[in-house]
Design a protein around this ligand. Structure first.
Ligand code: HEC
Ligand code: HEC
Length: 358
């Protein structure tokens, strides 16, 4: 049977029956990446193309610092109770993210945000869901001293570590000229620096998506390939999820502020105090995303298909319920980049299959 394709259908790889022509998509994406369909829904001229993880600049590695940082990252004695390590919330087997919606810290106290993956965090322009830390060094001591996380008084930490077997030597080796006032190399700066250097080595593992991007055009099956096409085009995901890690490093309001309710979180506004930032959160990287659930800043999406259904509906777009809300300059406004997508059930499945190979 000959498939009758109008010329525009041929260009967009749809069939006359309204489905997708797999052979056409395969051909389109077997060509050089520079010829792939331009992402749809962009609000800017300059955007970053998808790229394999290997395109990220590798860190300058000091093996002694990385080894020390790894030891610190896994060691619960950095916490006041000796029970919580960085890995308690950033679980290596789950893409270095937490499996709980919000993490239980010191004494089981719950924070209000989901612990994200730290794979590739060194390549984020700013850290945390609201971008409040500029570097891994700046970030590192936060969770150690935070009362809801490891609750360790920072002024007691260097002496505590120095007294534990092996640490004084390991710090002296990693920081030969790094002694603090006490003459010991076990200082808060060096703790932060070793943790940061270890985290710099944590990149997402290479996947079939990377192999596809590097030209192995049978690395994705037909459904995953359709998902890739939808991600760029009809589903408009690349308007925000771009580049090797699939984040534009910007902040957007997806309508998930829980405004006026007990879970309210105004995101970036809490840092900048600018009304335009109400409800904005940093676009997360999507590498390993199938392993980092539950999803979103508050971990309130337990299944990936639920996230996709919400995008398909155009995300929540809250309207003021009364005059007080209508007059509130801080009433959250959902990004105009989000629109109802009209993806069919088969297209949603393809998009999810694509997310699962990232
Ligand atoms: C009790 C749970 C918990 C512990 C323990 C913990 N974290 Fe986190 N971590 C979180 C949460 C929750 C966030 C997100 C907070 C936010 O964005 O406001 C986070 C965010 C981060 C980020 C930012 C990632 C990004 O892409 O924005 C880094 C880096 C990080 N943690 C490193 C560490 C290190 C290093 C340690 C150990 C010293 C540690 N964490 C211990 C829960 C934890
Ligand atoms: C307007 C920018 C924008 C667009 C368009 C967009 N995203 Fe997102 N995405 C974000 C932001 C911002 C978050 C975090 C929001 C939050 O937690 O409140 C996010 C979160 C996610 C998450 C959860 C990740 C995690 O670690 O919790 C997934 C999965 C996701 N997006 C997939 C997609 C897919 C698939 C599409 C296309 C259908 C898409 N996104 C379109 C900005 C965007």
């Amino acid at each position: 049977m000959t498939l009758l394709l109008s010329s525009s259908a041929a260009a967009s790889c749809t069939t006359s029956a309204g489905g997708w022509d797999a052979a056409c998509l395969r051909k389109l994406y077997s060509a050089d990446i520079g010829t792939w369909p331009r992402p749809q829904g962009l609000d800017r001229e300059v955007w970053r193309e998808m790229a394999p993880v290997s395109a990220l600049t590798p860190p300058a590695i000091d093996p002694a610092r990385v080894a020390l940082g790894e030891r610190l990252f896994f060691d619960p004695r950095l916490s006041r109770s000796n029970l919580l390590a960085c890995i308690s919330c950033h679980r290596p087997a789950h893409g270095f993210a937490d499996t709980q919606p919000v993490s239980a810290g010191h004494d089981g106290r719950l924070g209000k945000r989901n612990a994200p993956t730290i794979l590739g965090a060194a390549h984020a322009a700013a850290l945390f869901w609201d971008g409040r830390a500029a570097s891994l060094e700046e970030q590192a001591l936060g969770p150690i001293s935070h009362p809801d996380e490891m609750a360790m008084p920072l002024d007691e930490l260097p002496a505590k570590l120095a007294a534990l077997s092996g640490y004084a030597e390991a710090f002296a080796q990693a920081f030969p000229a790094g002694a603090g006032q006490s003459g010991s190399a076990v200082t808060l700066n060096n703790i932060a620096s070793a943790l940061a250097d270890y985290q710099r080595t944590l990149l997402p593992p290479e996947t079939r998506f990377d192999r596809f991007l590097r030209g192995q055009h049978d690395a994705l099956d037909d459904r995953e390939l359709l998902g890739l096409h939808l991600f760029r085009t009809k589903a408009r995901c690349m308007a925000c999820h771009e580049g090797p890690l699939l984040s534009d490093n910007r902040f957007h309001n997806l309508g998930l502020t829980w405004y006026g309710r007990s879970y309210e979180d105004l995101g970036r506004y809490g840092i900048t105090r600018e009304a335009a930032d109400v409800g904005r959160f940093r676009t997360p990287a999507l590498r390993q995303v199938a392993h980092t659930g539950p999803w979103m800043h508050n971990g309130r999406f337990p299944v990936l298909s639920g996230v996709l259904n919400m995008y398909n509906a155009g995300m929540p777009r809250p309207r003021p319920a009364n005059d007080a809300e209508a007059g509130d300059p801080l009433f959250p406004v959902t990004s105009e980049l989000l629109q109802p997508l009209e993806l069919t059930p088969a297209e949603l499945e393809a998009l999810e299959a694509f997310l699962r190979v990232l």
